[in-house]
Design a binder for this molecule. Structure first.
Ligand code: NAI
Ligand code: ISE
Length: 341
C-alpha cells in the first residue's frame, strides 16, 4: 500500500459523486484512483479536477485498474452483488452503500461468499451508526439508565423521492436505515413486520403508496414503528424516540441552530440526507479508510446487510398482503458473532 489508499468508486451518481468529493477533500489517508459508471460523462464530471483517475464504463474493469486497493460501491442496489463478489474474488476491502443487495437471496450469497473467505472484507454503508445523535442514544440505552427499551418510534421523511422510486423502495431503500438502526440500538433481531398505508399524499407520484406506517416486532419483545414519507415536501426529518421502562430519549431535532427573535422562533430544517448526515458520512468513510489501512474491517457487516434485506423483504410482502409477515433469517455464520452491537 502506498501513502494513500487507492480507492475505486463504482457509481458516480448522487452518492458516488459525494463520496468521490469526500475521499478527495475530506478524508485523510486515501485517494480516488478509478471511477466506474455506465454513464461515463457523469463519471468524468464527478472527477473533474482530480489527478490521475481512470474512468471506466464497466464496474468490474475498474477493480483491475492500476493502483486500486479498496472499493467504494455507490451504484444502484441491484448492481451491488456482482461488484461485491468481484471485489471478494480479488481480495479487495469494500465499503458498500445500502441496501447491500436488495433481495435477500442475493444478499445471502454475499454472506456465504465472505464466510467462505473466512475473514471480513466488506463494511455496509449504514451511516447512522456514525451519527453523533444516534451514538449518544446507543450509549444511553447500553448504559441501562433508562431500563429496558420497550418501543422505538421513528420518523423518516424525505422532501421528494427520485423518479424511479417504487412503493417497495420506501421499505427496502428508505426504511432499511431504521431496520439497521433498530437492530443496532436494541441489540435485537426484528422478527415480524406489518405495514399499513393511509390514502397516498397528493404530492406523491401516481401509484406510489406514500406515506406508509411500518411496525416491527423484535425477538426481545420490543416494538418499532416507522412513519416513512418520502414526498413530504417540507424537509428531511429523521427522528427516533426510545421509550424504556424508566424513561425515554429522543433524537433528530438537535442538529440545527434555533434562532429566536421578537415573537418567533426559527429553526432550519435540512432538505436532504447529504446535509443532515454529512458528519456521519465523513466519519463512516474516514473510519473505513483508517481500518482498511490497518488491515481491519469494522462497522456494519454483510450479515447486517443481509438481515436488513431479509427484514425489508418481509416488509414488502406485508405491504402487498396487508397482513403480518414473519422474518426468516438463515443461520448466521460464526464469522459474524452475535446480533449486531
Ligand atoms: N447512505 C445513504 O444515506 C444513501 C445511500 N444511497 C445508496 O447509494 C446508492 C446509489 O444511489 P444514488 O447515488 O442516489 O443513485 P443515482 O441514481 O444518483 O446514481 C447511481 C449511479 O450509478 C450508475 N450505475 C448504474 N449501474 C452501475 C453499475 N453496474 N456500476 C457502476 N455504476 C452504475 C448510474 O449510471 C448512476 O450514475 C444506492 O445503493 C442507494 O441506496 C443513496 C442515497 C443516500
Ligand atoms: O439512503 C437514502 C436514500 O437511498 C433513500 O431513498 C432515502 O429515503 C434515505 O433518507 C437516504 O438516506
Amino acid at each position: 500500500m502506498g501513502d494513500l489508499l487507492g480507492v475505486a468508486v463504482l457509481g458516480a451518481g448522487h452518492m458516488g459523486a459525494d463520496h468521490i468529493r469526500r475521499v478527495d477533500q475530506v478524508v485523510s489517508g486515501a485517494r480516488v484512483v478509478a471511477v466506474a459508471d455506465p454513464d461515463t460523462d457523469r463519471a468524468k464530471e464527478a472527477v473533474a479536477g482530480l489527478d490521475a483517475v481512470t474512468v471506466h464504463e464497466d464496474a468490474v474493469a475498474a477493480l483491475d485498474a492500476a493502483g486500486v486497493e479498496a472499493v467504494l460501491i455507490a451504484s444502484p442496489g441491484p448492481a451491488h452483488e456482482e461488484a461485491l463478489l468481484a471485489a471478494f474474488a480479488r481480495g479487495l476491502p469494500v465499503l458498500c452503500e445500502k441496501p447491500m443487495v436488495p433481495d435477500s437471496t442475493g444478499a445471502l450469497r454475499v454472506v456465504e461468499a465472505e464466510a467462505r473467505l473466512g475473514r471480513r472484507l466488506a463494511q455496509i454503508g449504514f451511516m447512522r451508526r456514525y451519527d453523533a445523535e444516534y451514538q449518544r442514544l446507543k450509549s444511553l440505552l447500553d448504559s441501562g439508565q433508562l431500563g429496558r427499551p420497550l418501543m422505538l418510534h421513528c420518523t423518516h421523511r424525505n422532501v421528494s423521492s427520485p423518479p424511479y422510486f417504487t412503493s417497495a423502495m420506501l421499505i427496502d431503500s428508505s426504511v432499511s436505515h431504521e431496520i439497521d438502526a433498530a437492530r443496532w440500538l436494541l441489540g435485537q433481531e426484528l422478527t415480524a413486520v406489518t405495514v399499513l398505508s393511509p390514502r397516498s399524499s397528493a404530492n406523491a407520484p401516481e401509484g406510489l403508496l406514500d406515506p406508509q406506517l411500518v411496525l416491527f416486532e423484535t425477538d426481545g419483545g420490543a416494538l418499532v414503528d416507522v412513519e416513512v414519507f418520502v414526498n413530504c415536501g417540507f424537509g428531511y426529518q429523521v427522528r427516533c424516540e426510545a421509550v424504556c421502562e424508566s424513561g425515554s430519549a429522543r433524537i433528530g431535532d438537535d442538529h440545527t441552530m434555533v434562532v429566536t427573535t421578537r415573537g418567533s422562533t426559527h429553526e432550519d430544517v435540512p432538505l436532504d440526507y447529504l446535509v443532515r448526515f454529512a458528519d456521519a458520512y465523513d466519519r463512516e468513510v474516514q473510519s473505513w479508510v483508517d481500518a482498511t489501512r490497518q488491515g481491519l474491517v469494522t462497522g456494519p457487516s454483510v450479515w447486517d446487510g443481509y438481515a436488513s434485506s431479509a427484514v425489508a423483504e418481509a416488509g414488502v410482502r406485508a405491504l402487498d398482503s396487508g397482513g403480518r409477515v414473519a422474518v426468516e433469517l438463515a443461520p448466521r455464520p460464526d464469522l459474524y458473532g452475535n446480533v449486531s452491537r
